[in-house]
Each structure stands twice: as structure tokens, then as C-alpha cells.
Write a protein that binds this ligand. Structure first.
Ligand SMILES: Nc1ncnc2c1ncn2[C@@H]1O[C@H](COP(=O)(O)OP(=O)(O)OP(=O)(O)O)[C@@H](O)[C@H]1O
Length: 843
């Protein structure tokens, strides 16, 4: 049984019957028709006529409607009641970018809006734009603790609630034991900063959002987001309805209330509205066509997140804010699901960039030149309208983000809804794991990787989740027994995010020029005081005790130190000024408190010195960069450029003369040396060339000789074979037997016996061949010898070929037949003759 608190505070549960309101169909008011505005769902609480805040536009219907002409981007029809009230700038044709300047030139560039004319201060805020007086006591401890403010909002139900709330501090909630899975399980006790029930949005706003809105007005980034299962009341909490305006409209009222309560400052407010649908970021304020064709991109690294192109509307009244909200709501994607007839199908983010500075006395306003701008002319601020630090008044910048997350959900019957649901659940899971890792890192002092980049939502929230924002999370739950699993999951998420450690700081842009002026003035004062003391010193010396004298000299030392410190600060500030656009510039020297005691100043000086030391390297590198810089800036006057050109031409001419002189004095000897070396090398080359040609000729000659030898051998072999055949035939015919036996003499050698001619021939041939060298010998040629100097070679076979044949005889000394020698005609060949006769012989 739920223990609904009957406590008087409206923050706690009240047993009221709950009937979720049915969505109204799109209403077209008379006004819409007449102005040609789009028929769409309106923001009832802000616009008055319509009933529902959330636009009932499905994705399909939205795309259908976006093709129609619309005048939604026209300026807020401002009807200022006071003359002094700044007009909300006409919504221009082109838009602005994210708060961080980005070079991208958007189609919707609104940089022409003069920020000075859109500044809001306590005088220009209208009565109707402010909430009731802010309760200072309720705000007293906002942001004291660097912890996330986590609250639970229980949606009213007609059924019996499955959850029990205990009005303790902090508040706690636990599941009614009867709804636990097993009877032995003890339900977990969840503790949170606030547990809220009921349908009233005011106490919810006061408890979970107001302190964060005020923190944003005070210069801290602040994020408020609603998390919970589908249909649990996130949009109702953030936007509300006609009767119960939600956090966003109430926050904007408080923004103007804060401005009114702060007469010392003036403000520039810029609003943007975007949604993350199926992992694509859409600018809800951009003209529909450009929003579809140009989705918003997340750029930058680490905690530096730049959204571009993102339209930012400068607003000066609640009316302008209403218009912006109305336009954005109309463009949001909602659809009917199994659980919520008008479920948000995207995460929506409404952001207000708040820039403020001290109000000027008038002396440093546009009428009097600040020393930086020409009176009467203000160039468009790069990246859209930005408040400029002027006359020593630094600009404080903060961003208030109000986020309505899409609801986690179970599978649905609709295909399109299932696809959306997948994206929604994935990004919520990533948010869960990012927060889990952050909480773990904070609890165990670890630095584990945080998967910010796993979804657009977490990447966009990275700077805030990483610590540089005050965060308030409102987790909405459905108390029905049928939703205990989803509710438990939401409570676990809420518990995890409670552990995330924050460390939000203010961002201030300092006007360094004015700061330097302040330092210079102080130095002058200190010098005067020092001079006075020095003048008094001799008289004092006589009057004061030793100890007092010591104190006095210490005081003078302190004055001297302070002067040195300020002089150094001036130098550092000048470096800061030079690097104004550099994000990594050194910490602003504004931290010095000029009313400190000499001792404190000395301590301050020590730490400043340490800081200066670390910056010394930076200054050195800057000096190097300065030296490397072109001598003239691009916008230098033409006369200066001409002068520099002339000087450089003169230098070039001088250099040419020096080069020519060098050539004249040293050129000739160098040329002579070069020619000598060249000549020597040419001769060497020619010698080598000749040597090579001789060697080639010698090699050719050798080849020729060898070829000749080979041919002669072949011929000799043929002759030998023919002769051998003839001798064998001769013997076979027995012709040798009938030959007259002469007395062997030198002229008449003994005739061989029949059948012995062949043997004798063979014997002689053998011995002849044995005596012959198998290869012609050549004496080796020394490398240094000319290849043409051929060695004394043994008589060549060519020369003796016919002599060898002549030796073919049957006797020892005489040839048996006269054998033709070289040059004789073949017809006289004895072999032929013998054979010829033989052939005619009768057998
Ligand atoms: N505390 C409440 N008091 C009265 N009505 C409520 C409350 N919370 C939610 N409702 C009603 O419940 C219905 C669903 O709420 P809402 O649209 O805010 O849910 P949601 O969490 O934004 O859902 P989704 O994630 O699907 O967009 C609406 O009709 C809304 O008016």
C-alpha cells in the first residue's frame, strides 16, 4: 500500500484522481488564419488559446506541413510598452551559430543584430515578464555542494501505487513489499533530494529548477533534464500545460525576474531549440527546409562542444521567448504510441545563452569612444551577436539547458515507432553508462574512459556531465504495479547520477585594456606613497625605535614588491591581450585583490611569480613568433608597404652586387682549376677508350684464327678418310702384290707387303697425330702488352696441312704417290687420279 504523504507541502503525494489529458487536435485560431500562420499545436500556457503544450505532429505530418508556406520565422510582433525597452531583433533571413564563434557562414546568419541594442536590464523588463519575487531563503544553498540535484516525480495514478514514500531527509522511496517478486526480498530504499507528487508544477519548479536558473544567471552553466519511462510525465514537467506551466516557461520568467532584481548588470539573452531524432540533430528554430537539408553538427574536441549551424534568437521579453518556444514545439516530433498518445520521439534541448556585464556609466557607451571602436559604428559580431567587454566591464557567459529526454520504452507494434524506440533506448543506455562511469570515476578517484561519443546526446552533454555545470535531474516515474521494472530501472539511474562529481566554474571575459589602466594607476599611487615614505625616512629614523624602523623598511619593501608585481602583471596582461582569441590563455590576473595586506600581497606575489615562470616559455615562443611575423600587418597603409618594398629592393640589389663581386674575384681561378681537372679526366678517358678498342680488335683476330684452324682440321679429316678408304680398296684388290720390288732406297723405298699398306698408313697416321698438339697453343699475353703484339706461334696447322698429307707414303722418306701440295688443283689430286683409274679398271 502506498503511503501517500498528507503533508501540507505540495511537494509530497496527494491522493488525487489522475486522468491524463487527451491530446487536442490541431487548432487553427482566427489569428492563425488571418496571419497565414501554420496550423499546429500551440503552447497553451504561454499562448493562452490552445490546450496542449506538446505539438501533436507525427513525423509524417510534420514533413507534409513543412512544404506549406509559413510565416513562422517572422519577427516577434513586439509592442513595447516602454520607449526604453529594446526591441526583440527582427528575425532575420539568416541565422546565427552556437555561442562559440565558428567560421561557418550559415544561411541563417543573424550576426547583423546589434547586441548593444538588444541588451536587457532592470528598467526594460516588463512587469508581466517576471515571476513573483524569488524567495531568497529557498535559494540560499544552491550550488553549495558540487553534487547533482536528483529528484523523483511520481505521476498521479488512479490505481493503487506500488511505491511507498517516507518523508525523511533525504526523502526515500521503496517498493511496497507486497509487489516484490519474492516474499523474502527486502525492497531497496532509494534516497533522493526531493520526491514530488501531484499535478502542480510550481512546487516542482521551486524544488528542482529555480536554484539552477539563478545559478545560470549568476554565471554558472546549468542543466536541468527530465528522465523517465514513456508517459511518466517528462514533458508535463518541463513544458506543462495551460493550467500548469512547466519548468521552461517558469524558468524564463525567473530569468527576467533576476534581471529586474539586478540593477547593476545588463544582459543579452539568446535562445536556441533543437532535438535529437534518430541520432540526427535538428534545429527546431531553423526554417524547415534548411533544418532537413542541414542537420546540426557537433564539432570541437573534448569539453569544447560546438553546435553548428544552430540558430540563436536574441530575446528581450517573455513574449519573444513564447514565440521561440511555440515555433520550436511546433517542429518537434511526437507520435502516438501504445502508451502515450503524444509521445516525444526525440530528445529536445532548449538553451538560453546568458551574457551579462556591469552596467556602464554612460561614459563608455557608444557615444564615447572606448578606444577600440569608432563612435557610431559597430561591426557585426563574428558568429552572431555577442556582448563585448567594454570600459573594463568584463562579460560573464553561461548557458541554461532544459532537456526533455525521449522516454525509454518496450517494443511496440508500429514499425516506425520500433525504429525510433531503438535509437531512443540506445542513447538512453549510453547516457546511463556515461553516468555510471562518471560516478565510478568520482567514487574511486579513477580516470576511466567515458564513452561520451557513443551517442549525440552524451557528446552534446559532455561539457556539462564532465563537471562544468550545475545539474538537476528530475526522474519521472509511473507508480503503477505494472510498471515496477521500468520504475526500478529509473530509480537506479537516478541513484547513479547522484554520485557524479561536479565542479562548475564561472566563465568571464575580461577587458584587459581597462585592467591594464587600473594596474598603471595603482603603480602610480604606490610610487607616490613610496616617494613620500622615502622623504619622511630621515626624520622618522631619528624618532623611531630599531624595531619600528625595521617595520618601516619592510613596508617600503612591500610597496616596492607590489610595484614590481604589477609591472609584471602588465606584461602578462599584454600577452593575454595579444592572445585574446586563444582559449588556452593564462588565467586572468583579475584574481588579485587590491585590498590585501602587504603579507598577503607577498604571498600573492610568490604565486604570481611561479605563474610567470611557467608563462616565461610561452612568452619566449610568442616573441619568436613575433620575430617570424611579416614586418607589416596586412592592413598597414600603402606608404608603409611601399617603404618596406623599397628597402627590400635595395637589399636585393646590394646582395646582387656582393654576389657579382664574389664571382669576379674568385670566379676565374675556380674556372681554371675546373678546366684542368676536366682536361685531365678527358685524356684519361680517351686513353682507356683506345685500350679497350685494341683489346677488342685482338679478341676479334683470335676468333678469326680459331675459325680458320677449325676449318682446316675438318678438311684434313675428310682427306684422311678418303685416303684410308682408297688404301683399303687397293689392298683388297691385291694390287700391291704385283708391284715390282725395287731395292729399297731413299728414292725407291721398299714396297710394303700385300695388305700392309693400310697398316703402314694407319701407323704413320697415328704417330703423326700423336706428335700433333691437340689444340693450337698460344703464349699468354701479358695484360700490359698490346693485343696486336701476337706471340710467336708454332706454325699453324694451316701452313702444314698439305705437308702432313705429303707424308702419307708407304715408304719412310718418299711419298708413294706424288701428292699435290697446297694450291694445287683438285684434278691433280693423286687420290682422285688413283681412284679414277681404279674405277675404270676391270675387276
Ligand atoms: N504529474 C502529472 N499530473 C497530471 N498529469 C500528468 C502528470 N504527469 C503526466 N501527466 C499526463 O500524462 C500524459 C503523459 O505525460 P507526458 O507526455 O508528459 O509523458 P512523457 O514522459 O513526456 O512521455 P514520452 O516520453 O512518451 O514523451 C499527459 O497527458 C500528461 O498530461
Amino acid at each position: 500500500m502506498a503511503t501517500s504523504s498528507s503533508n501540507s507541502t505540495s511537494r509530497l503525494a496527494r491522493p488525487i484522481p489522475f486522468t491524463p489529458k487527451r491530446p487536442h487536435s490541431i487548432s487553427i485560431s482566427e489569428d492563425h488564419t488571418s496571419t497565414g500562420r501554420l496550423p499546429r499545436a500551440t503552447t497553451p500556457s504561454l499562448l493562452g488559446s490552445a490546450k496542449k503544450f506538446k505539438a501533436a505532429l507525427s513525423t509524417e505530418s510534420r514533413s507534409r506541413l513543412t512544404t506549406k508556406p509559413r510565416s513562422g520565422l517572422s519577427s516577434v510582433p513586439g509592442s513595447p510598452t516602454k520607449d526604453v525597452r529594446p526591441k526583440t531583433p527582427t528575425t532575420p533571413k539568416r541565422g546565427t551559430e552556437s555561442p562559440i564563434p565558428f567560421p561557418h557562414v550559415s544561411e541563417m546568419d543573424v550576426s547583423r543584430v546589434d547586441p548593444e541594442e538588444a541588451v536587457v536590464d532592470f528598467q526594460t523588463v516588463e512587469d508581466g515578464d517576471v515571476s513573483a519575487e524569488i524567495d531568497e531563503a529557498a535559494l540560499a544553498d544552491y550550488g553549495k555542494e558540487d553534487k547533482v540535484l536528483v529528484s523523483i516525480r511520481i505521476r498521479p495514478t488512479n490505481a493503487v501505487s506500488a511505491w511507498q514514500i517516507a518523508d525523511t531527509t533525504p526523502k526515500s522511496i521503496k517498493l511496497d513489499p507486497q509487489y516484490c517478486k519474492t516474499s523474502t526480498t527486502t525492497p531497496q530504499d532509494f534516497r533522493f533530494d526531493e520526491i514530488l507528487t501531484g499535478s502542480e508544477n510550481k512546487p516542482v519548479y521551486n524544488a528542482v529548477a529555480r536554484s539552477h536558473v539563478c545559478a545560470a544567471m549568476d554565471g554558472f552553466n546549468a542543466v536541468i533534464f527530465a528522465y523517465g519511462q514513456t508517459a511518466s510525465g517528462k514533458t508535463f514537467t518541463l513544458s506543462g500545460d495551460e493550467d500548469q506551466p512547466g519548468i521552461i516557461p517558469r524558468a524564463m520568467k525567473d530569468v527576467f525576474a533576476c534581471i529586474r532584481r539586478t540593477p547593476s548588470r545588463e544582459y543579452l539573452l539568446r535562445c536556441s531549440y533543437l532535438e535529437i531524432y534518430n541520432e540526427t540533430i535538428h534545429d527546431l528554430l531553423a526554417p524547415p527546409s534548411s533544418s532537413v537539408s542541414q542537420p546540426v553538427q557537433i564539432q570541437g574536441t573534448g569539453n569544447n562542444v560546438i553546435l553548428t549551424p544552430l540558430r540563436e534568437e536574441v530575446v528581450t521579453s517573455l513574449k519573444a521567448v513564447r514565440e521561440v518556444l511555440h515555433r520550436g514545439e511546433g517542429n518537434r516530433r511526437t507520435a502516438s504510441t501504445d502508451w502515450n498518445e503524444r509521445s516525444s520521439r526525440s530528445h529536445s534541448v532548449f538553451r538560453v545563452v546568458i551574457e551579462s556585464r556591469e552596467r556602464g556609466s554612460g561614459a563608455d557607451e557608444g557615444t564615447v569612444p572606448s578606444g577600440r571602436t569608432t563612435p557610431g559604428f559597430r561591426p557585426p559580431t563574428p558568429g552572431g551577436p555577442r556582448l563585448q567587454a567594454r570600459g573594463g566591464r568584463s562579460v560573464q557567459t553561461s548557458v541554461l539547458s532544459l532537456i526533455d529526454l525521449a522516454g525509454s520504452e518496450k517494443a511496440t507494434s508500429d514499425k516506425e515507432r520500433t525504429r525510433e524506440g531503438k535509437y531512443i533506448n540506445t542513447s538512453l543506455l549510453t547516457l546511463g553508462s556515461v553516468i555510471g562511469t562518471l560516478a565510478d570515476n568520482a567514487a574511486r578517484n579513477k580516470h576511466d574512459h567515458v564513452p561520451f561519443r557513443n551517442s549525440k546526446l552524451t557528446r552534446m552533454l559532455q561539457p556539462s556531465l564532465a563537471g562544468n555545470a550545475r545539474i538537476s535531474v528530475i526522474c519521472t516515474i509511473n507508480p503503477d504495479a505494472g510498471a515496477t521494472a521500468e520504475t526500478t530501472s529509473t530509480l537506479l539511474f537516478a541513484q547513479r547520477i547522484k554520485k557524479v562529481q561536479l565542479n562548475a566554474t564561472k566563465k568571464e571575459v575580461v577587458d584587459t585594456e581597462a585592467l591594464l589602466e587600473r594596474y598603471r594607476k595603482e603603480i602610480d599611487d604606490l610610487r607616490k606613497r613610496l616617494a613620500e615614505k622615502e622623504a619622511e625616512a630621515p626624520a622618522l629614523k631619528r624618532r623611531l625605535s630599531a624595531r619600528e624602523q625595521l617595520d618601516e623598511s619592510r613596508a617600503m619593501n612591500d610597496l616596492n614588491s607590489r610595484i614590481r608585481q604589477l609591472t609584471k602583471l602588465i606584461l602578462t596582461s599584454q600577452t593575454v591581450d595579444e592572445n585574446k582569441d586563444n582559449e588556452s590563455r593564462p588565467a586572468s590576473p583579475t584574481k588579485v585583490d587590491f585590498d590585501m595586506s602587504p603579507y598577503q600581497l607577498q604571498q600573492e606575489l610568490l604565486s604570481a611569480r611561479r605563474q610567470i615562470d611557467t608563462q616565461a616559455t610561452q612568452i619566449l615562443s610568442l616573441e619568436a613568433a613575433l620575430l617570424a611575423r611579416p614586418q607589416l600587418p596586412p592592413d598597414a597603409p600603402d606608404s608603409d608597404k611601399d617603404r618596406l618594398l623599397n628597402e627590400q629592393t635595395k637589399t636585393i640589389r646590394e646582395l646582387e652586387i656582393v654576389v657579382r663581386g664574389y664571382e669576379d674575384n674568385l670566379g676565374e681561378p675556380l674556372r681554371a682549376v675546373r678546366e684542368d681537372v676536366e682536361r685531365e679526366w678527358v685524356e684519361k678517358l680517351q686513353r682507356e677508350k683506345r685500350k679497350r678498342e685494341e683489346k677488342e680488335a685482338w679478341a676479334d683476330e683470335l676468333v678469326r684464327q680459331l675459325e680458320k684452324e677449325r676449318r682446316a682440321r675438318l678438311k684434313l679429316e675428310e682427306e684422311r678418310q678418303a685416303l684410308a678408304a682408297f688404301v683399303r680398296k687397293f689392298d683388297a684388290l691385291g694390287l700391291s702384290a704385283g708391284l715390282p720390288m725395287a731395292v729399297p732406297s731413299k728414292l725407291n723405298p721398299p714396297m710394303p707387303k700385300p695388305g700392309g699398306a693400310a697398316a703402314v698408313f694407319a701407323q704413320r697416321q697415328r704417330s703423326r697425330l700423336q706428335s700433333m698438339d691437340p689444340e693450337p697453343t698460344m703464349s699468354p699475353v701479358a695484360e700490359t702488352d698490346s693485343p696486336m703484339r701476337l706471340p710467336a706461334v708454332e706454325p699453324s696447322l694451316l701452313e702444314e696441312e698439305w705437308d702432313a698429307v705429303e707424308d702419307v707414303s708407304f715408304g719412310d722418306d718418299k711419298p708413294f704417290f706424288p701428292i699435290p701440295t697446297k694450291g694445287r688443283k683438285a684434278s691433280h689430286s693423286p687420290t682422285r687420279g688413283v681412284l679414277g683409274a681404279k674405277e675404270n679398271m676391270p675387276v
